[in-house]
Design a protein around this ligand. Structure first.
Ligand SMILES: C[S@@+](CC[C@H](N)C(=O)[O-])C[C@H]1O[C@@H](n2cnc3c(N)ncnc32)[C@H](O)[C@@H]1O
Length: 242
C-alpha cells in the first residue's frame, strides 16, 4: 500500500472522497479484518439482515446490495436455497469490488461501480435492497435513503445493517473499550493503514441511533419501519417497505 491518505474524514463536501479513499486503501485487508475484528459475528448479522428482506416473495427478482464492498451480503442472499434471482452489487470504491470479485465467481451477482447517492438505475428497478455497514459512511444519509426508495418497486423492502451503541451500560463499557482501544490498534497493525480503524468507532459514535435512523426512513417515504438490536446492541438490523 502506498501513499495512504493522512486525514480522517470530516463532515462536509470532501467526506465522500475521503471515504472512497479509505476503502480503496484498506481493500486488500478488508475481509480479514472484518471477520477478525468482529470475531466472525458479522456472518450472523448478515444472515439476520437477509432474513428480513422478504426475497421469498420474488425469488427470481432483482436485488440491490448498495455499498456492497467485497460482496459478503450479496453472497448471503445469492446462496440461499430457492433464490433464483440476481443481485446487483454497487460500490464507489472500485478496489473493494475488485478485491472480492473471485468470491462471486459463478454466483448471480453483477458488480457495478456506482455512488449510492446517484444510483444509475431507473425508478422501481429492484424487488429489494440492502446495505450492510454502508449507510453510516454516506456523506448525506437522507439523500441515500431517498435514492434507495426511488429504485425500489412499491412494496419492496429495504434492509440496513449498521453498528450502534449498546443500551446496557455494562455492555457499552466493554464495547467502548474494545472499539476505542483494541480495534484501532489491531486494525492499524493488520491493515497498515494509520487511521482507518480509528475512523470506524468515530463514525459509529457520530451516527444516529436506531430510533433516529428509523425516523429518517419514514422521512424518505418508507413505511412499516422497524429494527432489532443484535448482539446486545452492538449492531442493529433495520427494515422498511417502499
Ligand atoms: C464498511 S464497508 C461495507 C462493505 C460491505 N457492505 C460489507 O458488509 O462488508 C462500506 C462500503 O461502503 C462504500 N461506500 C461508502 N459510501 C458510498 C457511496 N456514497 N456510494 C457507494 N459506496 C459507498 C465504501 O466504499 C465501502 O466499500
Amino acid at each position: 500500500m502506498q501513499s495512504l491518505s493522512d486525514a480522517a474524514p470530516k463532515p462536509g463536501s470532501e467526506r465522500a472522497t475521503q471515504v472512497r479513499t479509505i476503502f480503496s486503501e484498506i481493500a486488500p485487508r478488508y475481509d480479514l479484518l472484518n471477520h477478525v475484528l468482529s470475531l466472525n459475528i458479522d456472518r450472523a448479522w448478515r444472515r439476520a439482515a437477509v432474513d428480513r428482506l422478504g426475497w421469498e416473495r420474488a425469488p427470481s427478482g432483482r436485488y440491490l446490495d448498495a455499498c456492497a464492498g467485497t460482496y459478503d451480503l450479496g453472497l448471503e442472499l445469492a446462496r440461499r436455497a430457492g433464490f433464483s434471482g440476481r443481485v446487483v452489487a454497487t460500490d464507489f470504491a472500485h478496489p473493494m469490488l475488485a478485491q472480492g470479485v473471485k468470491k462471486i465467481a459463478g454466483a448471480p451477482i453483477a458488480p457495478a461501480c456506482a455512488d449510492s447517492l446517484v444510483l444509475p438505475f431507473a425508478d422501481a428497478t429492484f424487488d429489494g435492497a440492502m446495505v450492510a455497514f454502508g449507510v453510516r459512511n454516506l456523506s448525506d444519509v437522507r439523500a441515500g435513503l431517498d435514492e434507495m426508495h426511488r429504485v425500489l418497486r412499491p412494496g419492496a423492502k429495504l434492509v440496513v445493517l449498521e453498528f450502534t451503541t449498546p443500551p446496557n451500560p455494562v455492555v457499552r463499557a466493554g464495547y467502548h473499550f474494545y472499539f476505542k482501544r483494541i480495534l484501532p490498534v489491531v486494525g492499524r497493525v493488520v491493515s497498515g493503514h494509520p487511521w482507518a480503524y480509528t475512523y470506524l468507532p468515530e463514525s459509529v459514535g457520530e451516527f444516529p441511533g436506531p430510533r433516529e435512523l428509523a425516523g429518517m426512513f419514514e422521512g424518505a417515504g418508507f413505511r412499516e419501519v422497524g429494527w432489532r438490536l443484535l448482539t446486545g446492541g452492538i449492531a442493529a438490523v433495520h427494515w422498511a417497505t417502499a
